[in-house]
Write a protein that binds this ligand. Sequence first.
Ligand code: GUN
Length: 291
Amino acid sequence: MTILDGNKISKDIKDEIAEEVIQIKSKGEKVPHLAAVLVGTDGASMTYVNSKVKDCEMVGFGSTLIDLPEETTEEKLLEIIQDLNTNDDIDGFIVQLPLPKHINEQKVLMAINPDKDVDGFHPVNVGKMTLDLPAFISATPFGILELLERYQIQTSGKHVVVIGRSHIVGRPMSILMSQKRKAGNATVTIAHSRTTNLENLTRQADIIIAALGIPEFLTGDMVKDGVTIVDVGITRIPDETKKRGYRLAGDVHFESVSPKAAYITPVPGGVGPMTRAMLLKNTLLARKRRN
Ligand code: GUN
């Protein structure tokens, strides 16, 4: 069994990006600049956004954190997005999700200039991605493709079962892996909460992408020997024995699944760091496209 080491691969990618930033600087050109908008004080969101800003510093990007109170109105947030859309210093930006209940998430995502939409959530980018056109691919699916590619995992002709149909992971993942591309050409099944006899599907799968958000859902009896497992889940489970008061669990029951797997991502240290690295890659891409 081989661990798909997201920490190591993401470090390689960040080193490559940092090298490119040095080249950009040496030519006297502007370095990429990412802005992140956070509304409210959700613990996980604050951690993610702070990590994204820290990553920018590590590779030499500029970064701006726009930290807004929970009670920010939709109107105010849309104004801030318009400013970011037109601010020439900013190459790309993200609005961290989820947003407070009084703000219409769809309206907010639609307001982002697709050319600065480094999360790849805008319908223009989703549409282009679906049609094999150059587009920003959401960081998590992009990171999974990159991880499979760098470990040279064969996907062509393989049966991939994606569990979960979210707009951010499951849906794009199922499209990308069926396309004619690196880490693609697979036969893809997308399973979700209404799927019947899920175990029958997962037991046939060569590759399983678990992205349903239920901790330790996929167990050893549900997979075949030699399977490749990508665990996208990351849930905080209250745990008083831990100093921070919680432990992190993926969607995969690692103890029972890993002995049967050829390749498996750990949680933490698998998909998470890859997502962060690919946001940087998209920001670099945004800078290059604006040149
Ligand atoms: N919330 C959870 N994942 C993400 C992500 O990739 N981007 C944004 N903006 N919000 C998220």
